[in-house]
Design a protein around this ligand. Structure first.
Ligand code: GLY
Length: 264
């Protein structure tokens, strides 16, 4: 079994800028504090770099309040990168800022052209398949187009349903290793992870589900002690990062980066 779904040489992030106070949110709990967000973001980038990865840190993208959540703009696989087509109208233009960055790293990139929509937050790549959640941001046409784009690289796509009221598929799950998923009970109850080992987030700690396995560590949002305990007990090396500001915009650990190993 390979480990290419969680061992990476590269990541791309984008610092939040002043626009971030206008980012999309399901429930308004107040605007994020930019200075505090920048502090959390710097700690996140440092945690990625500490694993030995090269991290490309992009400047804020003026006019795009959610651009810090770079994960939604692309899917990066060892064979190539695919530019997504975000389903949130205010985020559609973010892909223009990401395309040249990934072209510099990968050479040519592929693109979801539409008419469908798909966001990276709805995509979980495991060693054996690509799971894509149908959500308010990702539709059947977007999923079908992505399936066609990656078919010649040998990937199998499986569509799953994101629970109502949940922003993205990966809001509620993360890959921990080739066989193991961290997931909320409400998502795992659908059976979408049958055949995998599942570690559930602790009751009341559903927001801990959006973590990332990045090389030797699991980077998770701070403030979820019982879920962290479960991960530690299962043998994972966990790193906690403050996420209070990103969480006001429904963002988490996976949303803040693209993680990949480009072709040599
Ligand atoms: N605020 C993140 C998003 O809604 O896309």
């Amino acid at each position: 079994m390979t480990e290419r779904s969680f061992r990476f040489t590269h990541a791309v992030t984008r610092r939040p800028g002043p626009d971030v106070v206008s980012g999309l949110r399901a429930v308004d709990t107040g605007a994020p504090d930019l200075d505090r967000f920048l502090g959390h973001h710097a700690a996140y980038v440092a945690a990625l770099r500490a694993t030995g990865a090269e991290v490309v840190e992009l400047d804020p993208l003026d006019g795009f309040p959610d651009a810090v959540f770079v994960e939604d703009t692309a899917l990066c696989l060892p064979e190539g990168a695919i530019i997504m087509r975000p389903g949130a109208p205010s985020r559609l233009g973010e892909t223009e800022g990401m395309t040249p960055v990934l072209e510099r790293i990968y050479g040519e990139v592929r693109r979801v052209a539409g008419p469908g929509f798909i966001e990276g937050g709805d995509i979980l790549t495991t060693e054996r398949e690509i799971l894509v959640g149908r959500s308010a941001r990702t539709d059947a046409d977007g999923i079908a187009e992505l399936a066609g784009i990656v078919a010649d690289w040998g990937y199998r796509l499986r569509e799953v349903t994101v629970p109502a009221g949940v922003l993205h598929f990966k809001t509620d799950c993360s890959l921990l290793d080739a066989e193991t998923i961290l997931a909320t009970e409400r998502l795992a109850a659908s059976g979408c992870f049958d055949g995998y080992r599942v570690i559930h987030t602790a009751e009341g700690e559903e927001a801990a589900a959006n973590a990332i396995r990045f090389n030797n560590v699991v980077i998770m949002a701070a403030g979820f002690p019982r879920t962290r305990e479960a991960l530690d007990a299962a043998g994972y090396a966990t790193v906690e990062i403050g996420n209070a500001e990103a969480a006001k915009l429904d963002g988490g650990m996976s949303c803040l980066s693209l993680r990949f190993t480009p072709p040599a």
